[in-house]
Design a protein around this ligand. Sequence first.
Ligand code: PLP
Length: 409
Amino acid sequence: MSKIDLSKIDLSKIDLPERLDAFWMPFTANRQFKAKPRLMASAQGMYYTTIDDRQVLDGTAGLWCVNAGHCRQKIVEAIHKQVSTLDFAPTFQMGHPGPFALADRLAKMLPGDLNHIFFANSGSEAVDTALKIALAYHRVRGEGARTRLIGRERGYHGVGFGGISVGGIAPNRKFFGAMLPGVDHLPHTHNLEQNAFSRGQPQWGAHLAEELERIVALHDASNIAAVIVEPVAGSTGVLIPPVGYLQKLRAICDKYGILLIFDEVITGFGRLGSGFATDYFGVMPDLITVAKGITNATVPMGAVFVREGIYNAFMHGADSAIELFHGYTYSGHPLACAAAQATLDLYEEEGLFERANGLASYWEDAIHSLKGFPHVIDIRNLGLVAGIELAAIAGSPGRTRLRLHGALF
Ligand SMILES: Cc1ncc(COP(=O)(O)O)c(C=O)c1O
């Protein structure tokens, strides 16, 4: 566990109360953490500095979100400039240039006709937005019975009620009642017997996409709105899609008029060595959700990329009619837009997606060199993503993770 002893920290230099109790920390063992906190004071590039002046390698880029490294000057300056020029303007029946310019730029980066963009403030909001757009899309086309949503076991789609309903991580779901009705789940693709220590995409498992046929047979396609998956599942412990799996999902969705949503909150903006997983796998979804790397994590922002035909389906009726009754006070916030523009500049100027691609095989060799170490039962990787699976401590799988986290820190 952490070696930080708060009694030894000069609190006159750091803005920290004597008691850490008031902040209810998210996804954290609060009592354990507050007894032995791990607190960062600053960050630069790949490193954090803790409040007791130790450097810590930020191996997960924050929460998979600081894709270009910490405290990049260009982004910091863009935010400074924006906040002193236009700190806020609504985007409901008004606007400012920021989100228009950003959407236009993103649309040019995206493949095919993924050329309309709805802004939110997080991955969770992006997911709920995408699910709502999918439901409303079918309704405005006169197929309002298509209300069922299909997620996948072990999926993580944030913490909104939509996201946890289609998500498949039991502790994120079990405390929160019935959630959305009419949701079903595909099986996950993890299989140690078949795929342990695969390099890149595993060969076994494409057939698991055919489970969607079974789900369609059960509920009937006329009742199903959308399928949502992470192209590479991150939060559950890195599950790489088997060769051909995503292509199969796409084909089955096409066959039945079901929308396919890729949740690219982690895979977006370079993580795989391409702009997006859709480029990497050559599979076009109907909607993509992103967040995190869009602003290099400096200002919260999420977004949904939407294909032309879906957007156009809403653009009917009287010009004065609001086409989608959905949005957030901070959709297209000026600071987030400025941060995103500067982030995209950095990605381009420094060729960071190409750099990630160039590093991928080096990273693969390095990570797989850990095979054979005690407790390591699987290693999986793709692009600059890797997961090392450790044998669980009998009866308490979570303890392995917590112990390792503490030891590494
Ligand atoms: C695939 C995926 N979707 C959604 C989210 C939720 O994003 P946020 O925490 O910004 O709400 C995450 C967060 O890790 C994620 O990995």
